[in-house]
Design a protein around this ligand. Structure first.
Ligand code: 5GP
Ligand code: ZN
Length: 116
């Protein structure tokens, strides 16, 4: 998919509104439109990367930042100590529906394992 057609590129560029909770030069985080937990935030690189399968070594720093931002938001939302889950779906079998890399941050309720 071309970047101009990508939903999360549009959110990153401010062309589609979102409840943004964190924004830097490289990373944007916003609340999921259909939250599956009291805290459900999507953390994305500004760079368009479709799936985990498309990552290259050049993306390592950006991917690391996704986790640092997740931990910071978890602290801000008061869920860091109780615990939370981060998840990234890759392709159809995992249920990926938006093909711009995103880390889900889920918390504020008890998580089950294994996930469905
Ligand atoms: P995936 O299933 O690809 O791992 O996750 C995509 C997520 O994006 C879903 O949880 C879905 O609710 C969320 N989502 C889809 N469209 C929008 C939107 O327009 N705005 C926001 N904030 N979240 C969206
Ligand atoms: Zn994109």
């Amino acid at each position: 998919m071309a970047e101009e057609d990508c939903l999360f590129c549009k959110i990153s560029a401010g062309k589609i509104p979102a409840d943004i909770v964190h924004e830097t030069e490289d990373v944007v985080a916003f609340r999921d439109i259909n939250p599956q937990a009291p805290t459900h935030v999507l953390i994305i690189p500004r760079k368009h990367i479709a799936t985990i399968n498309d990552l290259t070594a050049d993306d390592s720093v950006d991917v690391g930042k996704l986790f640092l931002v997740a931990a910071a938001i978890a602290r801000n939302d008061g869920i860091a100590e109780d615990g939370y889950r981060v998840a990234m779906n890759c392709n159809q079998a995992a249920g990926q529906t938006v093909f711009h890399l995103h880390l889900h941050l889920l918390g504020g309720r008890q998580m089950k394992w294994p996930p469905g």
